[in-house]
Design a protein around this ligand. Structure first.
Ligand SMILES: C[S@@+](CC[C@H](N)C(=O)[O-])C[C@H]1O[C@@H](n2cnc3c(N)ncnc32)[C@H](O)[C@@H]1O
Length: 185
């Protein structure tokens, strides 16, 4: 919590929130995941690992979790706080998701979970990350996005077509959720 708040004071724009996600938000973000099927899961912006720990708790023993984080302090902290051979923490941007998976020798992801502040990024950067995320998903996969505004909705709809929305008010601040599915093969 202190690590997260301290980093918020240094990088408010990159973090987007001063406190980690509530357990209500974590449950709702992870609700669409078919844990039996998912073998590669990517998380953008794990922060101090509030969602990461819960993904590890629920995911299949043969599955891989790739956490992509731009903040070096979190990248150093996560492997020590969540030691698990299924977790790989990568210091990079979400925009590099395809090359990260390639470097790790992994196929396309079943799910990408994103809590990075897409809504406050320039439109061009936001559109680029959303397009690359779609390309990094397997058929029948999904991009699971939580945000504190709906600014990301138009680009999600343009890129995915199929976007389901919901809301979690038991979080500070209240969060919007978007489930963006790719067509099955
Ligand atoms: C709101 S915090 C979310 C933390 C955590 N997932 C949670 O729900 O409590 C957003 C995180 O995204 C990271 N981040 C911001 N831009 C990023 C990018 N382009 N690629 C990867 N991580 C990014 C920040 O460093 C920060 O840790």
């Amino acid at each position: 919590m202190l690590l997260f708040a301290g980093n918020f004071l240094r990088h408010p724009y990159m973090l987007g929130s001063i406190i980690p996600s509530s357990r209500f938000l974590v449950d709702q973000v992870l609700e669409p995941i078919d844990w039996e099927r998912a073998r590669v899961i990517v998380e953008y912006g794990p922060g101090v690992g509030t969602i990461t720990g819960e993904i590890l708790r629920r995911m299949h023993r043969d599955a891989h979790l790739v956490a992509i984080e731009t903040n070096k302090a979190f990248v150093r902290f996560l492997p020590t706080s969540l030691p698990d051979p299924r977790l790989q923490v990568v210091h990079d941007s979400a925009a590099e998701v395809q090359s990260v998976l390639q470097r790790l020798g992994l196929p396309r992801a079943s799910y990408i979970i994103s809590g990075i502040p897409l809504g406050s990024m320039p439109e061009r950067v936001r559109a680029d990350i959303v397009a690359k995320s779609r390309a990094a998903l397997e058929p029948g996969g999904a991009f699971l996005v939580y945000q504190f505004t709906s600014r990301v909705l138009p680009v999600l709809q343009r890129t995915f077509g199929d976007v389901r929305r919901s809301f979690e008010r038991r979080n500070l601040p209240p969060a919007q959720l978007f489930v963006c599915a790719t067509e099955a093969a």
